[in-house]
Design a protein around this ligand. Structure first.
Ligand SMILES: Cc1ncc(COP(=O)(O)O)c(C=O)c1O
Length: 349
């Protein structure tokens, strides 16, 4: 397996954000997957390790993937796919125009992928069919196939080891963004395999709070659970009724932070971004701002004792700013790509 990332990622306490939100010490922790890589971090690195390994094993020379023009997944696939020797084709769909999405689009222009813009997500299947010639490996939106999601089973096990080593107390809940679902589904299975979904020594079971940031029908509990079951099947873990019940009772999908839809900033997200900045975390409006808003509310209202762990899934700013420094201005972007940044565009991840 190519080692694209550096693990375990640290867990830090968000003392300043907690104090400003009126929370006691120790109430808010962050799992720093922003630090998975110095080249480009975030949650995609864990998935791409698995995906690019499978692509290699199948003898592929090209990977084809899909995302919106501001997709972090497409960016990460281009960076790590090219570094591993693949040609990268990206089918790109419209996205609501925000300063962050513009930056991602500009960085994308420097990464050497071949872009295939489509006018809407309805046009994606035909565009995929056209690109899927011999020797190509398809990476679905967000990298959330069963293979990609296995990277987050490892992440759940990694967290359990950190708890066992005393690096953090057992959290009451883990709060993560829910887009294409591979991050949440993989984590759910990882936490389950580590035994964290059952109570222990008086501590309650850990709950996974998945914050929906994509428009329905994407980002549902049913989809996340069925992906979790498919991951378990791949791992050949026995599928008992008790296991299904445990998984479904441990997953809570929260819809209240989506606002006007995927990629559309919300006031709660903006307030959460200011709070996170107190502890040096930079959030994005599409995924992590909405998720951190939910994490803070979770810490305020939780019924059981124990900290809330926010899973930070966006790349750290250092690597992103380095990539951005070599990117063309927006005006210089291919007009076909520029047109994908729209005033309002309902999206998938
Ligand atoms: C920063 C960030 N956080 C979270 C997610 C959501 O992860 P998933 O698509 O696995 O649900 C994404 C997906 O693109 C992302 O870019």
């Amino acid at each position: 397996m190519p080692h694209l990332g550096r693990y375990p990622t640290p867990v830090t306490e968000l003392t300043h954000a907690a104090a400003a939100a009126g929370l006691p010490r120790g109430a808010l922790l962050a799992k720093r997957d922003d630090l998975t890589s110095d080249v480009y971090g975030g949650n995609k690195v864990r998935k791409l390790e698995r995906l690019l390994e499978e692509a290699k094993a199948r003898g592929a020379r090209r990977v084809v993937t899909i995302g919106a023009i501001g997709s972090h997944h497409v960016l990460a696939t281009a960076i790590f796919g090219r570094a591993e020797g693949f040609e990268v084709d990206a089918i790109l769909a419209p996205q609501t125009d925000t300063p962050h999405a513009e930056k991602v689009a500009r960085v994308g222009a420097t990464l050497g992928y071949t872009a295939y813009p489509v006018g809407s997500f309805a046009a994606v299947p035909l565009a995929v069919a056209r690109r899927m010639r011999r020797g190509a490996y398809l990476i679905p939106p967000g990298g959330s196939s069963v293979t990609g999601s296995l990277g987050f089973v490892d992440a759940g096990l990694e967290l359990a080891e950190q708890i066992a080593r005393g690096e953090l107390p057992r959290p009451a809940s883990v709060v993560v963004a829910l887009g294409s679902g591979g991050t949440a589904a993989g984590l759910l299975v990882g936490l389950e395999q580590a035994g964290l979904l059952v109570g222990s020594g008086g501590a309650p079971p850990v709950e996974l709070v998945a914050v929906q940031v994509v428009d329905p029908p994407f980002g549902s509990a049913a989809h996340t659970l069925s992906l979790a079951l498919a991951i378990r099947r791949r791992m050949k873990a026995p599928l008992t009724r008790a296991a299904i019940t445990r998984l479904s009772q441990s997953l809570r999908v929260v819809r209240a932070y989506l606002g006007h839809g995927y990629g559309s900033p919300t006031p709660e997200g903006e307030a959460a971004t200011m709070l996170a900045a107190r502890d040096g975390l930079t959030l994005d409006p599409t995924y992590t701002a909405k998720t951190f808003a939910a994490a803070v509310e979770e810490a305020r209202t939780r019924r059981v004792s124990g900290p809330v762990l926010f899973w930070m899934t966006l790349s750290a700013t250092g690597p992103f700013e380095r990539l951005l420094s070599g990117a063309p201005p927006l005006d210089a972007l291919d007009p076909r790509l520029r047109r994908l940044l729209r005033a309002a565009a309902p999206q998938m991840p």
